[in-house]
Design a protein around this ligand. Structure first.
Ligand code: HEM
Length: 154
């Protein structure tokens, strides 16, 4: 971790005028894409936005992964700037656990939507297990954002 903090990238993020704000901006755009689109999918599965067909939802998750990719790259750059602190921060580690759980939930839902969504169109109810997962996903991503923001303070 000390070596990571001594890299040129870490130095640029930590000390340059634009480093940290630019990378954090990319991080904000990434989370808007990932959490924004996954939240629409979750709320649709919970009965909102009735005009969005279930068969469109796996495509939204396909685009959401680009947001996560932005956040893995920008997050890794942010991480290098204070690697020792982040690896000892319970708030940050909890946030990363939430990001992992949220990503696993989306990765489970995507193929299931691809397989089953067409049957939900013709009146078959969304399985209770899928609704529970959608509600859990909303809570997980909300916690990821809250603990991501609180990392610098707690
Ligand atoms: C979609 C997934 C993610 C979400 C929703 C998320 C959310 C956040 C939020 C809300 C912040 C605070 C931004 C601010 O200070 O304005 C943040 C900061 C940060 N994130 Fe993420 N993040 C995600 C993925 C990642 C990943 C994959 C990594 C690591 C590889 C990471 C590492 C960091 C770091 C190091 C910070 C700076 C914390 C600080 O010092 O304030 N994030 N993230």
């Amino acid at each position: 971790m000390e070596w990571l903090e001594s890299t040129a990238l870490a130095e640029w993020v930590r000390t340059s005028l634009v480093g940290y704000p630019l990378v954090l901006t990319i991080h904000s755009i990434g989370m808007a894409i990932m959490v924004g689109l996954v939240s629409v999918v979750d709320l649709r599965l919970l009965g909102r936005f009735e005009r969005i067909p279930y068969t469109a939802l796996d495509n939204l998750i396909r685009v959401a992964w680009y947001g996560l990719a932005f956040n893995v790259i920008s997050g890794a750059a942010l991480f290098t700037s204070q690697a020792v602190f982040y690896t000892t921060s319970p708030t940050f580690l909890f946030k990363m656990l939430m990001v992992l759980c949220g990503s696993i939930t989306a990765a489970y839902l995507q193929p299931r939507l691809r397989r089953e969504a067409s049957s939900w169109v013709s009146g078959h109810a969304v399985p209770q297990g899928v609704k529970t997962l959608a509600a859990a996903s909303l809570a997980i991503w909300l916690l990821a954002i809250i603990t991501g923001r609180f990392t610098a303070y707690l």
